[in-house]
Design a protein around this ligand. Structure first.
Ligand SMILES: [Zn+2]
Ligand SMILES: [Zn+2]
Length: 211
């Protein structure tokens, strides 16, 4: 598994390009800077197999329609977030208009379901709290987690956005912390980390930290 992370847009969101040895690629969260994502995929000769969305926030989906139109491949996201992600409630003036909707969402991500794309088997872990339809993607064979905006290096996702919920977030973080220490973590913003490093040092994972 080769992971290339592009930092895109006004909120420095991470768009992860996850490739196998043949260049078959999963694009996680094409959040902005569509032309840069398209150019990178073409320059590297990467073949997109699936677009995978961790959650509906504008900074994670605003380039989706444009990138998927230029480089067609099916799209997967949780139905709860697909409901509002491409509507005016997801606009963030003055920074972002409502994201353009792709023609269709081919796959509904549902809790604990396993999928295999580009030869990678991964499990969908339902992790609401930061957004109501947020999922984390766990690649057990590669010991790699994409937690979107649930878990960051030294921090966690905001809880004050519409649909945010403290209790859900506590449960979601607990579920991620059941993963092995050596699990590599590629968050939706900021640098990569590991489950073990976060377990040891992240202040938001201490008991009662979220109130
Ligand atoms: Zn978010
Ligand atoms: Zn974000």
């Amino acid at each position: 598994m080769h992971v290339e992370t592009l930092e895109v847009g006004l909120f420095a969101s991470n768009c992860h390009l996850v490739s196998n040895a043949n260049g078959e690629t999963l694009v996680i969260d094409p959040g902005d800077d569509a032309s840069r994502i398209i150019e990178t995929l073409r320059n590297r000769n990467l073949k997109v197999v699936y677009y995978l969305i961790t959650h509906g926030h504008v900074d994670h989906v605003s380039a989706l329609a444009e990138v998927a139109a230029a480089i067609p491949a099916p799209i997967a996201m949780h139905p709860t977030d697909a409901e509002w992600a491409f509507s005016p409630v997801n606009a963030m003036p003055p920074y972002y208009d409502a994201p353009k909707a792709p023609p269709s969402i081919e796959r509904d991500f549902a809790e604990d379901k396993e999928w295999t794309d580009a030869g990678f088997r991964y499990r969908v872990i339902f992790t609401p709290g930061h957004a109501p339809g947020h999922v984390s993607l766990y690649f057990e064979n590669e010991k790699t987690l994409f937690p979107g905006d649930v878990l960051f290096k030294g921090s966690i996702g905001r809880l004050d956005l519409p649909g945010g919920n403290v209790k859900d977030m506590e449960r979601s973080l607990q579920r991620l912390m059941e993963l092995p220490d050596e699990t590599k973590v590629y968050p939706g913003h900021g640098p990569a980390t590991t489950i073990g490093d976060e377990r040891r040092t992240n202040p938001f994972l201490r008991p009662g930290a979220l109130g």
